[in-house]
Design a protein around this ligand. Sequence first.
Ligand SMILES: Cc1cc2nc3c(=O)[nH]c(=O)nc-3n(C[C@H](O)[C@H](O)[C@H](O)COP(=O)(O)O)c2cc1C
Length: 357
Amino acid sequence: MAQFLTLHEMIKQAQQNLDQGAWDYLIGGSDSESTVRRNRAGVDSWVFKPRILNDVSVVDIATTLLDVPLRMPVVLPPIGSVQEFEEGGGASVAAAANEFGVLQILSSVCTPRFDVLAKMVPGPRIYQLYLLGDEAWMDDIIAQCIACGYTGFCLTADTQTYSRRERDILKRYVPLSGRQAGSGDFIAQAKMTWDTVAHIKEKFDIPLIVKGVGVADDARRCIDAGVDVVYVSNHGGRQLDHARACIDALPEVVAAVDGRAPVVVDGGFMRGADVVKALCLGATAVGLGRFEALAMAAGGKDALLAALSILEHEIKTTMALAGVCSLSQLSPELVYRAEPLASPSLFSAFPLLDEGY
Ligand SMILES: Cc1cc2nc3c(=O)[nH]c(=O)nc-3n(C[C@H](O)[C@H](O)[C@H](O)COP(=O)(O)O)c2cc1C
């Protein structure tokens, strides 16, 4: 694989490598795909108010999440069927995350399985589960997950039923994860309640992340239930259509959490500047789902490592140009809201794609 120097090249390479079915599964959202566009509109609506003449010769972006050192405040969100983009699947992501120094959240609907992966690539790592069985089934998986040394357990709460993704339906396309036994059965997932969260917290000694939080009240309920990480997400616009942008939900969630737990956010973040905006608004770390999937499609582990290096460079450059040299200096004071310049779309962070680059 030719080494790319820009994320534009990474995206172009990903598109070249995937057939139309896999490409549409990767980029698509539900129904009208308005949540996908709204995520991006939200990110595009925040602009910087830079400071000047601060010493920014050294920009330090190292941090921790659940006591895991992160080279930068970035997590790699769970991507089901990631093996569809590159055959190594979750293992390639794990290897890149481990080598680079960011945290992977492994999807329960990709290969290799979490227990197999635990023997292949050292952690730390978080496991995300969709409930495909009853409470005893879930308890067994969590116990195995702890035995395998996982650092945290992530419950995805924005997918209590599977959405209608018309790009896939129109082509009669079923991702690999949808072809797994039991994957179409959303009954246990639909029955999840706050009791499920209370049960996990009561029974197991593993940090719990609830992914899919969208409002202050649910964030407060997470904190009351002892949830260890509050994860603001709308599944990258792949679940509820016409949902608000995650970056727009972030400030009220951060205020409700009030420093009692880390807040992770994803949805529409594609570049270093995007990540810095979320950090200014109070996120502890930012997830980049399609970024991860596109990098995998562009060339597996090596491409993901290259993409993470570019992202790190972009984060540091953005911070230096905004006049800050440490994460603690990022605050809402550095950003304000303005009209986006162009009609936002999934790839609006990459205008040169339209010019044929
Ligand atoms: C191809 C694809 C597969 C996904 N699979 C899962 C999954 O298995 N579990 C989950 O919790 N979220 C899943 N997500 C959602 C991501 O974890 C993340 O929330 C989302 O991609 C963030 O939005 P972004 O793509 O705009 O960064 C998936 C997203 C994509 C693009």
